[in-house]
Write a protein that binds this ligand. Structure first.
Ligand code: APR
Length: 260
């Protein structure tokens, strides 16, 4: 069990957890940071501090240089396959055992929530594990095993679609693309129905995902932010817990439900 930090968890938050009918856990890259997966916007370490999202995370970037883009995502997929869920992922999965209903809505394209035991996770930005054909959209299955890629990736030609011969693209949502409609609808519905929302490890600036906390607040839910840094959510939250999710979430679940 993670060594519990002496963070002060407000008693009102514990009470709110005990009384909650539907908890929504909304996560961003920060929840996977303690698993060694880079965030996007953290100074120096964030992916968008080191790489150009225009070249790597747009359909046009893929058209321009598909080998650069494919190789970069194969590097990220390798990192995720080698990573392990951290105590925050496990605490979120555990929390679902103690409340009547819990929905995990994530912006992350890794599968660490699922590997920690969370079910029915709503992936707003797709997944690194579900590539498809850029032309006919048919799904593609990766060969078994973990790719072996250099730091930052290398140029790697994407595989071809066995049906139409088109290029296979990563299964993530790129800038300028629509989010999966049904998933977004379910996420917005959960936001309107929940009575307690946790925003964990997100800068809360990328739309339309960033609407989720304010939708929940408008519908009367209480908001909890878990983040070592301040974000625009500071002004919307009922409680803002400053620190790493891998420390705070286990402490919270332990304090609220004597999880050990
Ligand atoms: N615990 C909790 N939060 C953390 C931790 C940690 N250990 N480490 C960093 N953070 C916080 C940072 O302070 C930051 O506010 O996580 C946040 C990560 O923010 P971003 O890098 O902007 O990631 P995210 O909010 O998920 O980005 C949204 O943008 O680039 C696109 O599609 C991509 O899904 C992504 C979307």
């Amino acid at each position: 069990m993670t060594s519990l930090i002496s963070i002060t968890i407000p008693q009102e938050l514990i009470t709110a957890l005990h009384e909650a009918k539907h908890v929504l856990v909304f996560t961003g890259a920060g929840v996977s940071a303690e698993s060694g997966i880079s965030t996007f916007r953290d100074p120096l370490t964030g992916l968008w501090e080191r790489f150009d999202p225009e070249d790597l995370a747009t359909a046009n970037g893929f058209r321009q240089d598909k080998a650069l883009v494919w190789g970069w995502y194969e590097w990220r997929r390798m990192k995720v396959l080698k990573a392990r869920p951290n105590p925050a992922h496990r605490a979120i999965a555990e929390l679902a055992q103690h409340v009547p209903r819990l929905t995990v809505v994530t912006q992350n394209v890794d599968d660490l929530h699922e590997r920690a035991g969370s079910t029915d996770v709503l992936h707003l930005h797709g997944s690194l594990h579900s590539p498809r054909c850029f032309a006919c959209a048919r799904p593609f299955s990766f060969p078994p095993g973990i790719p072996d890629e250099p730091e930052g990736g290398r140029r790697l030609c994407p595989p071809q679609c066995s049906h139409c011969g088109g290029d296979i693209r990563p299964g993530v949502v790129w800038f300028g693309e629509n989010l999966p409609e049904d998933t977004l609808k379910q996420a917005f519905a959960a936001a309107r129905e929940c009575d307690l929302l946790f925003a964990i490890g997100t800068s809360g600036i990328v739309q339309p995902a960033a609407r989720i906390p304010s939708l929940a607040k408008k519908a009367g839910a209480k908001l909890v932010q878990v983040n070592p840094q301040g974000t625009p959510l500071d002004y919307e939250c009922t409680w803002s817990l400053r620190g790493g999710a891998g420390k705070i979430m286990p402490s919270l679940v332990q304090m609220a439900f004597l999880w050990s």
